[in-house]
Design a protein around this ligand. Structure first.
Ligand code: ZN
Ligand code: ZN
Length: 104
């Protein structure tokens, strides 16, 4: 708060007087550059930076159009399939593999 608001100019438009200060980055902006977002003043840069992060996180989440119970059933089925495949691999190993002759 060392610089009075009336004597400062917009960071984007140097010819225009500053109307408000962005609380996020601390830079001064004119009325055109500053916007109100969710009840608080933000500059266009901070608004764009703040909106990018949650959007990217939201897109990463896989939204399946099926019920959680069906998802659980599919998950259980996949685990059973993996177990079955592993059991088949174990059964395919010949019995003489376990008698210790391979390691000598
Ligand atoms: Zn800002
Ligand atoms: Zn401006």
């Amino acid at each position: 708060m060392s610089t009075p608001l009336a004597k400062t100019t917009c960071l984007v438009h140097p010819s225009r007087p500053a109307a408000a200060r962005c609380p996020s980055c601390g830079a001064f902006y004119c009325a055109e550059c500053i916007t109100e977002h969710e009840g608080r003043l933000t500059c266009a840069r901070c608004l764009a930076a703040g909106q990018k992060a949650p959007d990217a996180a939201e897109k990463k989440r896989i939204r399946l159009p099926i019920s959680p119970l069906l998802q659980f059933a599919i998950g259980l089925f996949l685990v059973w399939l993996i177990y079955l495949a592993f059991a088949r691999i174990l059964l395919s190993i010949p019995a003489d593999f376990h008698d210790g002759t391979v390691w000598k």
